[in-house]
Design a protein around this ligand. Structure first.
Ligand code: TPP
Ligand code: MG
Length: 594
């Protein structure tokens, strides 16, 4: 069997329906195999490798099934470094097949070889951004490499893996068999010991102000049902990190939303006043922990902490837990549910706590409501979030890009289901929203997919429009157009005496705000588009775009001078940070130190 055919058959046996990739001389061998198998596996060629990998990443987040990317040797593969970093930072799986130079030319500096320190050294370029890189240099090494790669990709904490294939290994033949597919995500689940569960439950029963903090681990382990039941049965409110959004339906009264500087006020209030935090599959990164400054989002170590995660490396990274549990999120929650059945506790103790939470929720709602109802031109940000919420069905997928728009959606979007709000969180790579939406739509062809992307983000990957047309992928792009890299401008204005430099888009001697006419740009690629400058027009335009069921772009002019209200803090030492606009630091003098 030819190496390229073996890879192709393995992908098909592994039920990988798509390869997102771009050609180069290095991978023409496997392109030919994919041509032969084109009825069973589809090649989608976007116009930039970054897009291919974002598509694969988003596809996985929607379906929890991985697909492959394919890039050629040298520059093509170098273009996927950023999206791989993004994927590994958010525990998203994809199989990155990269091509390399022929083994017989290793170390001779042939065209596109990187060999400064080691022959055909692409694996070292991407080493920190994949769980593992494999470089089979003979066809008879492919079966093991492929099986190990896909097993590594989906086991434990998922993430991207790389199989780097020299040119000749695609072409040569050997007497090899296609290896069996690896187990799917969550095939094996780790759990807590009975003693750990008993100890956790004792802490839970003792607490009067408990909160659950959920992260991507809950989403990845598909523990939404168990989380909901656990929260309901013990009446414990749930704070969510971005990729945990929707694991508990966010219109549930116990759902407090996101925490941190741009979190929701009730989440920060509950987080900083809790006496026990049960963190499940969450990692307390700086942006969901107010940069670890006590009193803004959390108050460890006065607050007790149970921290369960499938990855022992995350437990205690930032806050040493009272009980650390290496466990899959769903198994852990199921074990806690079984303990409820066993002990049948009466939970009167949290009544006052739940009442406090209701109060914070209503204060927050009173504060934010007027801006959700305001009509303006340029448009107030809250209005766009509100209209998206009104128009999109609960199963619609929002693929968020990076920037101010994301801050607003983090604060106010109510994800109704898990895997419906895709966020580039750990790495925040610009372009994920605009590009990932294509992969999300291929993963869920029957559901609306909306990319919310900044004018800056979109300008990094505008060719996504070509791909949408070529492959008829009906994504709606909402461009949050504020004529600049406004999230960074705002940091700059706040920290450096109100001076702006290099963060807004201008043209001409008078610094007129500049952007391309995005709608005209879209039409030039064959994508329908509307420019929306008045808030009254946005809702109808979005409805129309969704109904059209074809690629659609809305260029929405948003007020750049309205900032999301901070309810926590974010610090970039040594520059000073701002106190919250709504709510304040709470240091629990009354809480006994442990
Ligand atoms: C690839 C990449 N380059 C740079 C950054 C730094 N960065 C973060 S947000 C941002 C501005 C985003 O601009 P835009 O998409 O217009 O969103 P806005 O903040 O204006 O809403 C920049 C440059 C990044 N996160 N990723
Ligand atoms: Mg912008």
């Amino acid at each position: 069997m030819k190496g390229a055919d073996l890879i192709t058959e393995y992908l098909i046996d592994s039920k990988i329906p798509y390869v997102f990739g771009i050609c180069g001389h290095g991978n023409v061998g496997i392109l030919d195999s994919l041509h032969e198998a084109r009825d069973r596996i589809t090649l989608v060629s976007p116009r930039h490798e970054q897009v291919a990998a974002h598509m694969a990443d988003a596809y996985f987040r929607v379906r929890h099934e991985a697909v492959a990317t394919l890039t050629s040797c040298g520059p093509g593969s170098c273009n996927i470094v950023m999206p791989l970093a993004l994927a590994i930072s958010d525990s998203s799986a994809l199989l990155a097949i990269t091509a390399n130079v022929p083994t017989s030319q290793f170390n001779r500096s042939p065209f596109q070889e990187i060999n400064t320190h080691f022959q055909a050294d692409f694996p070292n370029i991407i080493r920190p951004v994949v769980k593992r890189s494999f470089q089979p240099t003979r066809v008879d090494m492919l079966p093991l490499a492929l099986r190990q790669a896909t097993t590594t990709m989906l086991s434990g904490r998922p993430g991207p893996v790389n199989v780097d294939v020299p040119f000749n290994v695609f072409q040569e033949e050997d007497d090899v068999e296609v290896p069996p597919p690896s187990p799917p995500l969550n095939a094996q689940r780790s759990g807590a010991s009975p003693d750990e569960i008993a100890a956790c439950f004792d802490l839970i029963l003792k607490s009067q102000r408990p909160v659950i903090f959920v992260g991507h681990g809950v989403t990845l382990s598909e523990a939404s049902r168990e989380l909901t039941e656990f929260a309901h049965r013990l009446q414990i409110p749930v704070i969510s990190s971005p990729n945990g959004m929707g694991a508990l339906d966010m219109i549930d009264p116990l759902a407090l939303g996101f925490i941190g500087r741009n979190g929701a006020y009730p989440a920060n209030e509950a987080g900083r006043r809790a006496d026990l935090v049960i963190a499940v599959g969450a990692r307390f990164d700086d942006r969901s922990a107010s940069s670890w400054m006590p009193g803004y989002s959390w108050n460890f170590p006065q607050t007790k902490l149970i921290h369960a995660d499938v990855d022992p490396g995350e437990i205690g990274r930032n806050y040493p837990p009272d009980i650390g549990v290496v466990a899959d999120a769903r198994t852990f929650l199921k074990q806690l549910l079984a303990e409820i059945d066993k002990r049948n506790p009466k939970r009167e103790a949290t009544k006052a706590w739940v009442a406090d939470i209701r109060k914070w929720q209503s204060e927050w709602n009173d504060f934010i409501r007027p801006n959700f109802e305001t009509h303006a031109s340029p448009i107030r940000p809250e209005r766009i979030v509100a209209d998206c919420q009104a128009v999109l069905p609960p199963d619609a997928i929002l693929c968020c890009d990076v920037g101010v728009s994301h801050n607003w959606y983090m604060q106010f979007w109510k994800a109704r289901r898990p895997q419906t709000m895709l966020n580039s969180w750990g790495f925040s790579g610009m372009g994920f929203g605009a590009a990932g939406a294509l992969g999300a739509k291929l993963a869920a062809p029957d559901r609306p997919v909306v990319a919310v992307t900044g004018d800056g983000c979109f300008t990094m990957v505008p060719h996504v429009l070509c791909t949408a047309v070529e492959y008829n992928i009906p994504v709606v792009w909402v461009i949050w157009n504020n004529f600049g890299w406004v999230s960074i401008r705002d940091i700059q204005l706040g920290m450096f005496g109100g001076r702006e430099h290099g963060t807004m888009f201008y043209e001409g001697p008078n610094n007129k705000p500049y952007n391309p006419d995005f709608a005209a740009w879209a039409r030039a690629t064959g994508v329908e588009a509307i420019t929306v400058t008045k808030s009254q027009d946005f809702k109808g335009a979005l409805e129309h775009a969704i109904r059209a069921n074809k690629p659609y772009l809305l260029d929405v002019h948003v007020d750049a001078e309205v900032r999301p209200p901070s309810t926590g803090a974010w610090q970039l030492p040594p520059t000073p940070y701002k106190e919250p606009v709504f709510g304040k630091r709470y240091l629990p003098d009354a809480m006994p130190a442990k």
